[in-house]
Structure formats: structure tokens, C-alpha cells
Design a protein around this ligand. Structure first.
Ligand code: ZN
Length: 242
């Protein structure tokens, strides 16, 4: 029966298409670990970069403060040289000492910033190299993966086109019913009946139905699983005959 052959072709095209889709979905998983690692390091790198920039600001601020205080001391010293009275003299000296003490504290703070700065800069350089290496590796893999995905897409469209072409020769109602069974029965919508039973669900079918199947006048379904069933003998002979 012509319809049986068409339905078998349709089932094959639909299953091939489904298989290719499954393979296609697996491809991005191959780089998932690399992608995660790259993103994790990139995030860390950006955070470290921000920390580094923050430290640069702190450093400049401290240096500016120290410079200002230094100038203040210089100005006070110059003023001191021009002042003659002892009273103002001692007040001025106290102020100079105070400023110097403040600056010693600021210089210690600056040293702490510089130490952190050095450590962060080193960490930043390491992360930068790592991100660059991972990024390069990731992009390289993606070129390969995108090429393979494109190939899968091409195969899928080819199979979809074949499916449409095959389905076009079927009655619309039958084609729709077939697709529904295909989805519900794990991609097996048409099966041969053998020894008076459905090979899809292995339930016996009535003798009467089995006789009807052998007449091959129309499409019959298994009363149990609803799959389309056909009498195998004929197809086997057809295939044997080429
Ligand atoms: Zn069945």
C-alpha cells in the first residue's frame, strides 16, 4: 500500500531530524565548563580592576595631602625666619611639629596603600593573562562549535524539507494524526503487525483486523496504542524485490 511506504518514509525523516536536533543540543555542553570558567575569571578580573583603580585614587589623594602638608611646613619655616618675637616663635614651632607628626601618619598610610597596590597590581596582571588565555581558547572552540551547529542546522532544514515533501502526498487528516502519534509514542507512529499482534505495544489484535490488514485497502490503527499498523509481509516482499 502506497500510504504505508509514505508513512514509513515520513517516520524515518522525522526521526532523523529529531536525532540531529538532539546532537545539536549536546554541542554547546562541550564548552559549558570552559565558558563558566572564563566568565568566572572575567568577573574576578573586572572586580580586581575596579579595586586597583580605587587604590590609585587613594594613592593620589594621600600623596596630595602629604604634599600640601609639606608645603605648609615650608611656608611656616620661611615665616619663622622673618619673625623676631619669641612668643610667636614657639607657637609656630609647635604648629610645625604638629604638621610633621600628621604627615608621618599620612606617610605610613601611604605605605600601606602602596603595599596593597603592589599586591593588587600583581593579581590583576595574573588574572588578565588568565582571562586572555581562557578567552582565546573559548573563542577558538566556539568557531568550531558554530561551524558544527551550522552544519546541524543545514541537516535539520534538509530533513524538514524532506518531511514536508513526503507529508504533502498524504491526506491532511492522516498526516496530522500521524504527527500526534509520533509525538506521543516516542517517535514510533507506524509499526508492522506480526503474528496477529502489534509490534509497537505487543498486544494481540483481533483475527478480523489482521485479515483486514492483509487486504491493505486502508489505514488501520492498533486498538490499544493507536499506532498505525500494517501487514508486514507485503513490505518485506517489496523490499526484497527492490
Ligand atoms: Zn499497539
Amino acid at each position: 500500500m502506497k500510504n504505508v511506504k509514505v508513512l514509513l518514509d515520513l517516520q524515518e525523516a522525522m526521526n532523523s531530524s529529531r536525532m540531529v536536533e538532539r546532537e545539536k543540543h549536546k554541542v554547546p555542553l562541550e564548552v559549558a565548563d570552559l565558558k563558566n570558567l572564563f566568565e568566572e575569571r572575567e568577573t574576578k578580573f573586572l572586580a580586581t580592576k575596579q579595586e586597583f583603580e580605587q587604590l590609585q585614587m587613594e594613592k593620589r589623594e594621600k600623596e596630595r595631602e602629604i604634599e600640601e602638608e609639606r608645603e605648609k611646613v615650608e611656608r611656616a619655616k620661611a615665616k619663622l625666619m622673618s619673625i623676631k618675637t619669641n612668643n610667636e616663635d614657639s607657637a609656630m614651632l609647635t604648629e610645625i611639629e604638629g604638621t610633621k607628626r600628621t604627615n608621618t601618619v599620612r606617610e605610613d598610610e601611604l605605605l600601606a596603600v602602596l603595599a596593597r597596590d603592589e599586591e593588587v597590581e600583581k593579581r590583576l596582571a595574573e588574572l588578565s593573562a588568565e582571562v586572555e588565555e581562557l578567552g582565546g581558547r573559548y573563542r577558538e572552540r566556539m568557531v568550531d562549535i558554530e561551524a558544527r551547529m551550522a552544519k546541524f542546522d543545514k541537516d535539520i532544514s534538509r530533513l524538514q524539507a524532506k518531511k514536508s515533501e513526503v507529508a504533502a502526498s498524504l491526506d491532511k487528516g492522516l498526516a496530522r494524526r500521524f504527527e500526534m502519534i509520533f509525538d506521543r509514542r516516542g517517535g514510533v507512529a507506524i509499526v508492522p503487525a506480526r503474528n496477529q499482534s502489534c509490534t509497537g505495544c505487543h498486544m494481540n489484535i483481533s483475527h478480523q483486523l489482521f485479515i483486514l490488514l492483509q487486504r491493505e485497502e486502508r489505514i488501520y490503527s492498533c486498538p490499544n496504542c493507536n499506532r498505525i499498523i500494517y501487514f508486514e509481509g507485503d513490505v518485506a516482499e517489496e523490499q526484497a524485490g527492490g
